[in-house]
Ligand binder design. Structure first.
Ligand SMILES: [Zn+2]
Ligand SMILES: [Zn+2]
Length: 255
């Protein structure tokens, strides 16, 4: 199984997983780069997985469905291009011989879902849309801080080796903020150097891994006293875990 990030728009990735014959894609905001990749590798598109309703994740769905006949899967409670298989927490998607588990992860949008699954002979994959970014997380457009914290906590509990396939290349910007929160975190410093070098070579910084995110991502580390203390310099009223998380997100929005 090969995992490829297809760049789209300014900073989106449309993730493609294929077995040299059949492919699935995640969040195709634009059809053209997907059609090009399918032709380039001689692949048949069998499934389109969508994480949430934003146009940069759904814009290519109709064209791809028409051109390929691929089955479309998406969140049960969001406005989606029809027809599609509507999924909710705990559902299983069987595609390319894989069993992908659906996790409901509200916060960025109210019905946002993620897909996690084992891949034979390789590390597991997580398609998390705009919920978890490398060293960051999505903005809270529709959900509450408590919901987003619970969603990220669930993702952080997945196996360390899980390959984290985020929908945007936001890593360097997120790392600048993460360094302001945790200036003494050496894993963060090392990762920043590595990510800068990848971007200088125009390479994706993704996929990341859950193990790495647990070590560097401040939004998965709000339970740590160092992170809580840094957040309290920004907002002295942030005391309980949800308030610390909310203040961290507000701090990032203003950074
Ligand atoms: Zn979004
Ligand atoms: Zn997006």
């Amino acid at each position: 199984m090969k995992l490829i990030p297809i760049p789209a728009f300014n900073d989106n990735y449309i993730w493609m997983l294929h077995d040299e014959r059949r492919a699935l894609v995640v969040d195709p905001g634009d059809a053209q780069p997907v059609l090009t990749a399918l032709a380039q590798h001689g692949l048949t598109l069998t499934a389109i997985l969508v994480t949430h309703h934003h146009g940069d994740h759904t814009g290519g769905v109709d064209v791809l469905r028409q051109r390929t006949g691929a089955q479309v899967y998406g969140p049960a409670t969001e406005d989606m291009p029809e027809p599609l298989h509507r999924l909710t927490d705990g559902d299983i998607v069987e595609v390319l011989g894989l069993r992908l588990e659906v996790l409901l992860v509200p916060g960025h949008t109210a019905g946002h879902i993620a897909y996690w699954g084992q891949v034979p002979g390789a590390d597991p994959v997580l398609f998390c849309g705009d919920t978890l970014f490398s060293a960051g997380c999505g903005r809270l457009f529709e959900g509450t801080p408590a919901q987003m914290l619970a969603s990220l906590t669930r993702l952080a509990a997945l196996p360390d080796a899980t390959r984290v396939c985020c929908a945007h290349e936001y890593t360097l910007g997120s790392l600048r903020f993460a360094r302001a929160v945790e200036p003494d975190n050496s894993a963060l410093l090392n990762y920043q150097a590595q990510a800068q070098s990848l971007r200088q070579q125009l390479q994706p910084t993704l996929p990341s891994s859950i193990g790495l995110e647990r070590a560097v991502n401040p939004f998965l580390r709000t339970h740590l006293p160092t992170v809580a203390h840094a957040v309290q310099q920004f907002d002295p009223m942030a005391r309980d875990p949800v308030a610390v998380f909310a203040a961290l997100r507000t701090w990032k929005d203003q950074f």
